[in-house]
Design a protein around this ligand. Structure first.
Ligand SMILES: [Zn+2]
Length: 111
């Protein structure tokens, strides 16, 4: 795993890591404080805000839209840990990622 800049969300810091597509074994801390394996099909992980040294891990294997979607998705988990459903976060992060790309694509074309 490769560490990148820390992410500050609601005055808490998550250490941010990129993981290769097939990198294993990756272990994450779940909401119960248990260490559990990260599945190969999981694109990202956000450890709970009360975990010491909490991390956000994203697999570095996606196109820009899915990467942005996953990056937003995990940060929503960080901000609203256990308050929002996975389905709500999925739909919201996908819409925000698509809107960001659409907005910046249009702006860049105008210049
Ligand atoms: Zn999620």
């Amino acid at each position: 795993m490769r560490r990148d800049k820390d992410l500050r969300i609601l005055r808490k810091i998550w250490r941010f890591f990129w993981a290769r597509k097939d990198e294993r074994p990756l272990v994450k801390t779940d909401a119960n404080g248990d260490s559990v394996p990260m599945n190969l099909n999981e694109l990202g992980v956000c450890e709970p805000p009360d975990v010491k040294g909490k991390r956000i891990i994203i697999r570095d294997c996606m196109g820009l839209e899915l990467l942005l979607d996953t990056f937003i998705h995990e940060q929503i988990h960080a901000a609203a840990h256990e308050l929002l459903s996975e389905e709500w976060i999925n739909a919201t992060s996908s819409d925000i990622a698509r809107n960001i790309l659409l907005y910046f694509e249009v702006r860049l074309r105008k210049k």
